[in-house]
Design a protein around this ligand. Structure first.
Ligand code: SF4
Length: 366
């Protein structure tokens, strides 16, 4: 805790807030990409402590929130089959598909299991040779290396009763799509430190140049976030573009070369659909042809699934920073964490869940 306390020190936070106030001369809109950062901002009340000129909007950096409803429907269909052990991280179990979620499959007798690592699925597959073990491989660049490792190990160890349902997405194309939108009002980004610890900063340099904006790589603790906001505001006020790495204790400019090599060995870049947003070109990963036998979508004949999004859920607008959760008419009424209408209320990293958990309903009432 002592190490964490360094990044939560109240007097250092007050000093950074004073610096932010001094630096701010006009209105600015910043987006933090990562849902983990959104939760820290709401949990520590950073949004309420900033000068009124600064607006923070929340980005699409929550893997549970952006997994398309079609993939949830496919997961539900595969998990319902006999002879399948379907494994997933916890949050994905409660995300509603068109006609139910994975927990409902489990409740009606499906073998749906919560795992903490895709590698756990390999031993499960070895212990259950008569079953097919399927892992729901969701996430950003942070989870892709472990999922690539699981597939490579399955290949090397000949574990052929293992498959992955892949829904990997990558951050920079989503930032690009947000900046290209005619409705965009984001002027600077806080980039997610853990993603950059894997991928490095090169793609962000390209984005900053192309869109003439500042991007600050930031961590997740209160002082990390205040420091990132301060640097982003200073860059905006001074008219500077480019990338500043303010999370150097975890992020090297080149990222993690071994993780990147592993991902490149197993995955290739593909277009991906994002829930509530639509297809973003070259924004995700799929298995390379050498590993196609581990592709759950190819292994199971899923037929024609008709996916249906909830019509009343605004999560697509929230994930693009165009609306805030309390602006959704369903927020806190028909939609709560115990009866969520959309993934952004389900996920522990979702923006709607953060607003609900940390009591921002009063904004809606006001
Ligand atoms: S409050 Fe619920 S219905 Fe509204 S955007 Fe969030 S998840 Fe969707």
């Amino acid at each position: 805790m002592r190490h964490l306390d360094e990044y939560r020190d109240p007097s250092a936070a007050k000093s950074l807030l004073r610096s932010i106030r001094r630096a701010t001369t006009r209105a600015w809109t910043l987006m933090e990409i990562c849902g983990g950062q959104t939760h820290s901002i709401l949990k520590y009340g950073i949004d309420e402590l900033l000068p009124p000129e600064i607006t923070l909007v929340h980005g699409p950096g929550c893997p549970v929130c952006v997994t398309p409803v079609e993939l949830i429907d496919k997961a539900v269909e595969i998990a319902s089959r006999t002879g399948v052990i379907f494994c997933s991280f916890g949050d994905m179990l409660r995300v509603p598909g068109s006609h139910g979620d994975l927990l409902a499959v489990k409740a009606s007798g499906g073998d749906v299991r919560l795992v903490y690592s895709p590698l756990d699925c390999l031993s499960l597959a070895e212990r259950n040779p008569e079953k097919t073990v399927v892992f729901f491989a969701v996430g950003f660049e942070t989870t892709a290396p472990a999922n690539a490792m699981a597939v490579r190990q399955a290949s090397r160890r000949g574990i052929d009763n293992f498959a992955v349902l892949v829904s990997h997405v990558t951050v920079p194309p989503a930032m690009s799509a947000i900046l290209e939108s005619p409705d965009n009002h984001v002027q600077g980004f806080l980039a997610a430190g853990h993603v950059c610890s894997v991928m490095g900063c090169a793609e962000y340099e390209t984005l900053a140049e192309r869109f003439r904006i500042p991007i600050v790589v930031a961590g997740f603790e209160p002082l990390d976030l205040l420091d990132g906001i301060h640097h982003c505001i200073c860059m905006l006020e001074e008219g500077r573009i480019g990338v500043e790495n303010r999370y150097a204790r975890a992020v090297r400019p080149g990222g993690n070369e071994r993780a990147k090599e592993l991902m490149a060995e197993v995955f290739e870049v593909t277009d991906r659909k994002w829930r509530g947003i639509g297809t973003i070109l070259r924004s995700g990963y799929r298995l390379r042809s050498e590993f196609a036998r581990f592709d759950a979508e190819a292994r199971f004949d899923l037929g024609a699934l008709r996916a249906e999004e909830s019509r009343s859920c605004l999560s697509g607008l929230i994930l693009q920073g165009l609306k805030k959760p309390h602006e959704c008419p369903e927020f806190g009424g028909r939609c709560t964490p115990t009866s969520p209408l959309g993934a952004t209320m389900v996920s522990s990293e979702g923006a709607c869940a953060a607003y609900y958990q940390y009591g921002r309903m009063k904004v809606a009432a006001g």
